[in-house]
Design a protein around this ligand. Structure first.
Ligand code: SAM
Length: 362
């Protein structure tokens, strides 16, 4: 996560739908409330079978309604909490069309016959509901389509699980670099603490050698289900095991035997949570965001645990919310654990923000 992209005031525009829009959907009751986090993760929308049908004419009616709704937002979300503007929402609408239709091309070609029957991966009524959720409740687009593209992966995501962020991708690159210089680390046991969707664990699972394996842990039962689902989707269940529990609790048997430890823990200071962009603050799990008063509670806990869990020569990489946290983290390591680690480094993300702390166990 990038705090600068998260810490924004939030507000909701509640009267976006015009009467015309309501008329076009009047035959079907629309609920803008979605189900609570399931313990039954779903396949991303674009991979579901196209078992629903609708005429081209009905789909174009939906699309026109959805476009009008997106246009009505203007810059109001951006002005209130730096949320998406109409242009971004129109782009998302096109992506939704691509994901939902088996063959979206006729929608964009007016010469196609209106009575043409189109195949859909979601019921047309649900498409109305999904787009209302996106605009009226600011439900994140990734939850609407059930996935996020991250590195070369497409990860299933849903409420209850953090949507993996682009800057976190770099953790896998850092691991790639160290394992390629050290066969011991390449074939060792790696741990991803607070795995969420399983993104980092799966990324690491794919760069390790034959003998290497990963344990991914999370306190959230939804995250554990979704991460396990994603691990299975990538056929990595023999290499990655997912365990539920708080930080190091499920790992006591591996004390002093871990080759690598990585985490993107919650690090947003509690006082900043209410100012987050609506998509984040209202929909992503607080357990994944709130890092305590100064955002450092979990990071410091992980720092102490790293000294206990890593074997000599073991590597760690932790994500922080920026320069101050990186410095506090390194200060803590150098004072409290001064004889435990060496080669401590602060590593910037793609945007040049000091983001990660890495080091090696003595
Ligand atoms: C910022 S999210 C990162 C998720 C994922 N690793 C990613 O980068 O997309 C932090 C994760 O830590 C988990 N978490 C929070 N408290 C935890 C705890 N005490 N023990 C284990 N996991 C915890 C949350 O459920 C969440 O999945």
């Amino acid at each position: 996560m990038n705090l600068s992209s998260l810490a924004r005031a939030s507000s909701l525009s509640t009267s976006l739908a015009s009467r015309t829009l309501h008329r076009s959907i009047a035959r079907r009751p629309i609920s803008c409330f979605y189900s609570p986090p399931s313990i039954n993760p779903k396949t991303p929308l674009f991979l579901r079978p196209p078992i629903f049908t609708a005429t081209l004419s009905d789909l174009q009616k939906w699309q026109n309604w959805a476009k009008t709704l997106a246009s009505s937002v203007g810059s109001s979300f951006t002005d209130s909490d730096n949320g998406p503007d109409s242009e971004i929402l129109h782009r998302e609408l096109n992506w939704l069309v691509q994901d939902a239709l088996e063959n979206p091309n006729p929608l964009f070609h007016m010469e196609s016959k209106f009575e043409t029957v189109m195949k859909l991966r979601v019921d047309l009524g649900d498409l109305y509901t999904l787009w209302k959720q996106r605009i009226e409740t600011r439900r994140p687009f990734q939850y609407v389509v059930g996935c996020e593209h991250w590195r070369d992966l497409v990860l299933s995501v849903e409420e209850g699980v953090l949507i993996p962020r682009p800057e976190t991708e770099l953790i896998v690159d850092l691991v790639y670099d160290v394992v390629n210089k050290n066969v011991d680390l390449m074939g060792g046991l790696w741990v991803d603490l607070g795995t969420g969707s399983g993104a980092i664990a799966i990324g690491i699972g794919r760069v390790l050698g034959d003998g290497g394996r990963v344990i991914a842990t999370d306190l959230s039962p939804v995250a554990v289900q979704v991460a396990s689902f994603n691990v299975k989707r990538y056929n990595l269940q023999d290499k990655i095991s997912v365990k539920q529990g708080s930080w190091f609790d499920p790992l006591t048997e591996f004390e002093g035997r871990v080759a690598g430890l990585v985490s993107n823990p919650p690090y947003i200071p509690s006082g900043h949570i209410s100012g987050l962009q609506a998509e984040v603050g209202r929909h992503e799990p607080i357990l994944a965001l709130d890092g305590g008063e100064d955002g450092m509670s979990d990071l410091l806990h992980l720092c102490n645990g790293a000294a206990l869990m890593l074997k000599s020569g073991g590597f760690f990489a932790f994500e922080t919310n920026g320069e101050d946290q990186c410095r506090l983290f390194v200060d803590h390591m150098e004072s409290v654990h001064k004889n435990s680690f060496y080669d401590l480094k602060i590593v910037p993300d793609f945007a040049g923000i000091q983001r990660f702390v890495t080091g090696i166990r003595l």
